[in-house]
Design a protein around this ligand. Structure first.
Ligand SMILES: Cc1cc2nc3c(=O)[nH]c(=O)nc-3n(C[C@H](O)[C@H](O)[C@H](O)COP(=O)(O)O)c2cc1C
Length: 349
């Protein structure tokens, strides 16, 4: 058996300790000198005898004990394991460096608390730490310019003004046409810039950095007239829904950090980022930001379409990422669910 340290380790200092983050395994640990030396030496595949030879000042027992612990933490990997394949995949394909990796992988599947518990915590917190102001006034500025306020709201302003998050939804269907509109006005490819020397660039109604269009849309359908329950992929070029999995999807709350209010929704649209698309063009890690920003553009168009139809598209970034990705059959180093829109009929008009 040959061993190597994981390539997905980020180290920082906390007081007088080195803190290691195994960003792929989402594990954090501090390491003693033995572990630190083992990790330093295991930069290439080495068998245990090679490691003993490279570390003559340490007893074999202490090396074996530390290696075992480091393997449990995913910091040292065995060449013939699935972890080695994943590590290799990460090193080869995540091109935006360790800092974006630490954020991207390290923030998957957070521990979400209910909205009620969250409010209770805030009621406590505000007693000790007041919230920063949530808007900035121009008070005192001698050069304030009063802007004309619009009194009438012709379209599209009216729809924009009506958009609201409304988590209380009736257990009623939406129509296939309404769902189709959500996709058409957010993700459908509406034009293509031909570039025979590099690659044709698809254009959509939402902007995309460099035209790389990292997002694919998926929908979990529960209650859509004219569409069987199931999990579907939206083909932006063909404007079709491809069946990923027929049959009722998991309860929506379970896909969305246990937000049970989503359970009565008609459908949930998931926006899935394909990071390899922008990575191919942009090697700087700032392109990670560009990619997540784009989800907001797409989601806003979906929200406005839903509003125009008298529906709601409740946004949520509290995702049960592992389960959602398993359900959509996506995932891996460069593909990830980023955002979801919970579509339904609002109880209040
Ligand atoms: C990026 C993003 C993530 C959000 N995530 C959640 C969420 O996880 N759960 C939720 O109930 N609402 C979520 N919301 C909705 C906000 O709570 C909501 O937009 C806010 O309360 C303002 O209400 P409005 O949308 O009616 O203007 C999210 C909104 C945004 C923009």
């Amino acid at each position: 058996m040959r061993l190597k340290r994981s390539n997905a380790i980020v180290i920082r200092l906390e007081n007088d300790e080195f803190i290691f983050h195994n960003v792929l395994g989402q594990k954090q640990f501090s390491a003693n000198q033995t572990a630190l030396d083992i990790l330093r030496r295991l930069y290439a595949w080495t068998d245990i005898e090679g490691l003993f030879e490279a570390m003559p000042d340490y007893s074999r027992e202490s090396i074996v004990r530390a290696v075992r612990q480091l393997m449990e933490l995913g910091a040292v990997i065995d060449e013939d394991s699935a972890a080695a394949d994943q590590d290799d995949d990460f090193s080869t394909n995540w091109l935006w460096g360790p800092l974006t990796a630490a954020y991207h992988f390290g923030t998957r599947d957070g521990d979400f608390i209910s909205a009620e518990d969250g409010e209770d915590l805030l009621r406590q917190q505000v007693k000790f730490v007041p919230s920063p102001p949530l808007y900035t006034l121009n008070t005192g500025s001698p050069t304030d310019v009063a802007l004309p306020l619009r009194e009438d709201y012709p379209e599209p302003f009216l729809t924009m003004a009506r958009r609201r998050t409304d988590r209380i939804m009736l257990d009623e269907p939406i129509t296939l046409k309404q769902l189709a509109d959500c996709f058409q006005f957010s993700l459908a490819i509406t034009a293509v810039i031909e570039d025979p020397e590099i690659v044709d660039l698809p254009l959509k109604m939402t902007p995309s950095g460099g035209g790389r269009n990292p997002y694919e849309g998926y929908v979990c359908v529960r209650n859509v007239t004219g569409l069987a329950p199931g999990v579907y992929h939206y083909s932006a070029m063909e404007r079709t829904l491809g069946v990923v999995e027929a049959g009722a999807p998991p309860p929506f709350g379970s896909l969305l950090g246990n937000q049970v209010w989503a359970d009565t929704a008609a459908a949930v649209i998931f926006l899935v980022a394909n990071f390899d698309r922008p990575m191919w063009k942009y090697h700087h890690p700032a392109a990670y930001r560009v990619t997540v920003i784009e989800a907001g553009h797409i989601a806003q168009n979906i929200s406005l379409v839903a509003t125009a139809h008298g529906l709601v598209a409740n946004p949520t970034a509290a995702l049960s990422q592992d389960l959602a990705e398993k359900t959509l059959r996506v995932g891996g180093v460069t593909q990830s669910v980023v955002y979801a829109l919970v579509l339904g009929v609002p109880a209040a008009s």
